[in-house]
Design a binder for this molecule. Structure first.
Ligand code: HEM
Length: 375
C-alpha cells in the first residue's frame, strides 16, 4: 500500500504576516481618516458641515437637532385619493389611508430661539406605508432654497457664524456672501414678498428639491410637491412679533377645535425644467395633481414625542419615488445622519438632558400664553 503523500507546509514568514496585518490596519485607519475628512481638510464632509452648524448656534444644545432645533411633534394620517397612481406606483398613492408621524420646526440650531428668529417654518413627515416601507420628507415654507450646491450652503453657514466679540453674525460678512452669490436672489425676493405666516397651520410647505416618480409601466418623471393648507394664509401679526413661542401655542389652540388639513399637490416637470437646482422654480403652468389630504390631529412635545428620534432624511423613499440629480439631497442625507448620531448619542449618555428643557419649554409656553391673553 502506498502512503498518501503529505506535502510539507511552506515555511512561515512571520515578518511578512506582520507586514500584511499592518497594511490592513493602515488601509482601514486611512479609510476612516479620509471619511472623517482628516486627510483632506479642504474637502466638504458631513462633520465639517455639522461642526459649522454647532459653531453658528454659539453654544452646545445636547440632544437637539443641529438645525431646525426648535420644533414639536405631530401625528395624523394621509388620505390618498388615488390620483397620483398615474405618476408613481408607490403604495402611498393607492386609494387609502397611511399613518403619519411629523414635526414642525423653525430653522436654526437653538431650541429656545424665538419663533421670529427665521421667516421660514418647516414640516417633516414620515409616512408609514402598509407594506412596511417608509417615505420621509423635510419641507420648508419657501418654494426655493437660498443656494444651489452643498459648498455654497457651507459658505453661507460660515458667513452666518457669530462674531467672537459681539456674539452676533457679522452683517458685513453676510452682505458680502449674498453679493458674491447671485443664485440667492430668487430666495431673497420670495421672502421679501411673502411675510411669514401667522401660524404653522396656514403655511404651505414645499419639497423644494425635485424627485423622480416612476409609474407601474416604468415611465419616470421629475416631480416636486407642496403641502397646501386648507387654512387660509394670514401674515404674522404685530402682537406675535413680540411673542417667543406663539407658533406652538397657536397650533395647540387650533387643534382643540379640530384636525388641520393640507392637500399634497404634485407638480410635474416638463423637459428642460431644472431638477438639480433648488434655487429655481418651475413655471406655474406645469401639470398639478392633488394626490390627497394630510390630516394632523395631535401634537406632543419634541422632548418626548415620537418625532424626537426620527431622522427625516429626504432620501428615505418607497419604491416608485427616487432622488433626483439635485446635489443637495446627498449632502442633506449625510448631514442629517451625523446630526442624528450626535443627538441620539447625547440622549443615550445623559438620559435626563431633555427634562430640564421640557420644564423650561412648558414655563415659557405658559408665559407666552399669559402674554398672549394680555395683548
Ligand atoms: C432643499 C433644501 C432643504 C430643505 C427643504 C431642508 C429642510 C429641513 C427640515 C424640514 C428639517 C427639520 C427636520 C425635522 O424636523 O426633524 C431640516 C433639518 C436639518 N437640516 Fe435641512 N433642509 C435643506 C437643506 C439642508 C442642507 C443643504 C443641509 C446641510 C447639508 C441641511 C442640514 C440640516 C440638518 C443637519 C438638520 C437636522 C437633522 C436632524 O438632526 O434630524 N439642510 N432640514
Amino acid at each position: 500500500m502506498t502512503k498518501p503523500s503529505v506535502s510539507n507546509p511552506a515555511p512561515v514568514c512571520v515578518p511578512c504576516r506582520l507586514a500584511a496585518i499592518g497594511a490592513v490596519v493602515l488601509v482601514l485607519a486611512g479609510g476612516f481618516a479620509y471619511t472623517a475628512g482628516w486627510l483632506t481638510p479642504a474637502r466638504l464632509t458631513a462633520p465639517r458641515i455639522i461642526n459649522t452648524f454647532e459653531a453658528v448656534a454659539g453654544k452646545p444644545h445636547p440632544g437637539y437637532r443641529r438645525n431646525h432645533a426648535k420644533g414639536l411633534c405631530v401625528a395624523g394620517y394621509f388620505d390618498s385619493n388615488g390620483n397620483a397612481a398615474v405618476l408613481s406606483h408607490s403604495v402611498v398613492f393607492m386609494l387609502g389611508r397611511t399613518p403619519v408621524t411629523g414635526r414642525f420646526a423653525v430653522p436654526g440650531g437653538n431650541p429656545s430661539a424665538p419663533d421670529t428668529s427665521s421667516p421660514v417654518r418647516s414640516m417633516a413627515l414620515l409616512f408609514q406605508l402598509q407594506n412596511g416601507e417608509q417615505w420621509r420628507t423635510g419641507m420648508n415654507s419657501t418654494p426655493v432654497f437660498a443656494v444651489h450646491t452643498p459648498e455654497q450652503f457651507y459658505q453661507q453657514l460660515l458667513a452666518a457664524k457669530p462674531d467672537a466679540t459681539t456674539g452676533k453674525p457679522d452683517q458685513a460678512k453676510l452682505k458680502a456672501f449674498y453679493a458674491a452669490h447671485p443664485e440667492t436672489r430668487p430666495f431673497q425676493a420670495w421672502v421679501k414678498a411673502h411675510p411669514p405666516s401667522s401660524s404653522l397651520a396656514n403655511a404651505a410647505y414645499y419639497s423644494i428639491n425635485a424627485f423622480r416618480f416612476t409609474d407601474s409601466a416604468g415611465n419616470s418623471r421629475a416631480v416636486r410637491w407642496t403641502m397646501v393648507p386648507e387654512t387660509p394664509y394670514a401674515p404674522i401679526t404685530d402682537a406675535q412679533k413680540d411673542e417667543k413661542n406663539f407658533l406652538q401655542a397657536d397650533l395647540d389652540q387650533r387643534l382643540q377645535a379640530g384636525p388641520l388639513r393640507w392637500h399634497l399637490i404634485l407638480t410635474v416637470a416638463e423637459p428642460g425644467d431644472p431638477t438639480d437646482d433648488a434655487t429655481l422654480q418651475w413655471p406655474d403652468d406645469r401639470r398639478h395633481i392633488d394626490a390627497g389630504t394630510l390630516v394632523i390631529d395631535r401634537t406632543t412635545s419634541q422632548e418626548d414625542g415620537a418625532c424626537r428620534d426620527v431622522n427625516f432624511d429626504p432620501t428615505i423613499l418607497p419604491a416608485g419615488i427616487q432622488p433626483s440629480n439635485d446635489p443637495l439631497l446627498a449632502a442633506r442625507s449625510a448631514a442629517y445622519a451625523l446630526s442624528y448620531q450626535r443627538r441620539t448619542r447625547e440622549e443615550a449618555l445623559h438620559p435626563s438632558i431633555h427634562q430640564s428643557q421640557t420644564s423650561q419649554t412648558s414655563q415659557t409656553s405658559q408665559t407666552s400664553q399669559t402674554n398672549g391673553a394680555r395683548t
